[in-house]
Write a protein that binds this ligand. Structure first.
Ligand code: FAD
Ligand code: FES
Length: 365
């Protein structure tokens, strides 16, 4: 755009030692062409631990599909940290993320974000999305795993009179159940949505008949599922939640699911599946360009090791999917924490989010 080019030329005369990008970023935080950003427009507390952050993205953002996620970056103590978050808003609406405070970045986002804050962004991605052709759906979610499914429900249910969705959502208590009231209202309003809450904590206050259970949903057998959704085998199922919940669901569908390509189970994980006990001895990791070292135990990823000693590590999903973290290996061997395999030759690109040091390692970063 000519006006922006002219402004950038003027900026380059006026801004030394700031670069034109820095200067334009100060004038309009969404203007940077180097890094996609978004401005926080609304912050809503959902549960004691979870917050929805609505934002208006700058140029370069692609509209999300229901169920997709995006990398979100925030500066914490001067270091830009990236994590992935599902977009909980309906497709076609301004994006929002719903963050549950469990660690460094999520706590900063969930507890300290305010309207006007700037988030660093990457474009939406992921294939945990609605099927192309409408069909009966079963959504099986636990905890913050409801977020991508909420986007699907918000997108599908009000717009499609032929929607047929059963949501089984497990939370510790009603107070912890994300989007509780909105879901019940949607189910009241649209016959195409049935919502079943399952509360795992003993004595969880029941919101309605049969809503408090005081134990975890048993996915080792089909009994709970049969009682919640008798035709579960005939539905295309989507599941998102903690690792053990998803492992149990996967095993159940493999064992007892229907032999029908349209009625399978699609899952979304928020964390990688690491093989227990795969960590070996570890070693000293040298981040050559950053001139930093870290003595990393064998079960600590190279990504965590780098961030721990202040190296700005590239990252994305942090679970071995997106390959944003690829970093050249200069010397040494690494261990894949998902399989235990020790590998690595000079020049290999290493996924730092799922590999740990297996002895001394040098990385070109
Ligand atoms: C595709 C994708 C979508 C995601 N969507 C969301 C979302 O919508 N809302 C959300 O709150 N988080 C979501 N996450 C998780 C998020 O990216 C972070 O991992 C999470 O916020 C923890 O980051 P942290 O820096 O606070 O914790 P850290 O300090 O980095 O580490 C905390 C530990 O918790 C583990 N962990 C990650 N997620 C969970 C979880 N949900 N429950 C329990 N332990 C977990 C991590 O593996 C790590 O070991 C998603 C992750 C992925 C890969
Ligand atoms: S951060 Fe996505 S593969 Fe490593």
């Amino acid at each position: 755009m000519p006006q922006i080019r002219a402004l950038r030329r003027v900026a380059s005369l006026l801004t030394t030692p700031l670069s034109p990008e820095d200067f334009l970023g100060l004038v309009n935080p969404l203007s940077s062409t180097r890094q996609l950003r978004g401005v926080v427009t609304r912050v809503t507390r959902e549960t004691p631990e979870s917050t929805t952050i609505h934002f208006r993205p700058g140029k370069g953002w692609n509209a999300h599909e229901a169920g997709q996620w995006a990398r979100i970056g925030v500066e914490i103590d001067g270091v830009r940290q990236w994590r992935s978050y599902s977009l909980s808003a309906a497709a076609g609406h301004d994006p929002a993320i719903t963050v549950t405070a469990i660690g460094v970045v999520s706590t900063a986002l969930a507890r300290h974000t305010t309207v006007g804050d700037v988030l660093f962004l990457d474009t939406p991605q992921g294939d945990f999305t609605l099927p192309e052709h409408p069909r009966p759906l079963l959504m099986l979610t636990a905890g913050s795993g409801l977020t991508p499914v909420m986007s699907m429900i918000r997108t599908l249910v009000p717009r499609r009179p032929d929607a047929d969705v059963v949501l089984v959502h497990s939370a510790r208590t009603r107070e912890d159940a994300l989007f509780h009231d909105e879901l019940l209202e949607l189910a009241d309003q649209f016959p195409g949505l049935v919502v079943k809450h399952w509360y795992t904590r003993e004595g969880a206050a029941p919101a309605g008949a049969g809503e408090a259970h005081g134990r975890r949903l048993d996915l080792e057998t089909t009994t709970d599922l049969e009682s919640l959704c008798p035709d579960w085998r005939d539905r295309a199922a989507y599941a998102c939640g903690p690792a053990d919940f998803l492992d149990a669901a996967t095993a159940l569908w493999e064992r007892d699911g229907a032999d029908d390509e349209h009625a399978g189970l699609t899952i979304e994980r928020f964390a990688p599946v690491l093989l227990p006990g795969t960590g070996g001895e570890g070693g000293l990791v040298t981040f050559e360009k950053s001139d930093k070292e870290f003595d990393a135990p064998g079960d600590v990823t190279l990504l965590d090791a780098g961030e721990e000693c202040g190296v700005v590590m590239p990252s994305g999903c942090r679970m071995g999917i997106c390959r944003s973290c690829l970093t050249p290996l200069v010397a040494g061997k690494v261990r894949d924490l998902r399989t235990g395999e020790v590998h690595g030759e000079e020049g290999d690109l290493i996924q730092t989010c799922i590999n740990a040091a297996a002895g001394p390692v040098h990385l070109d970063i």
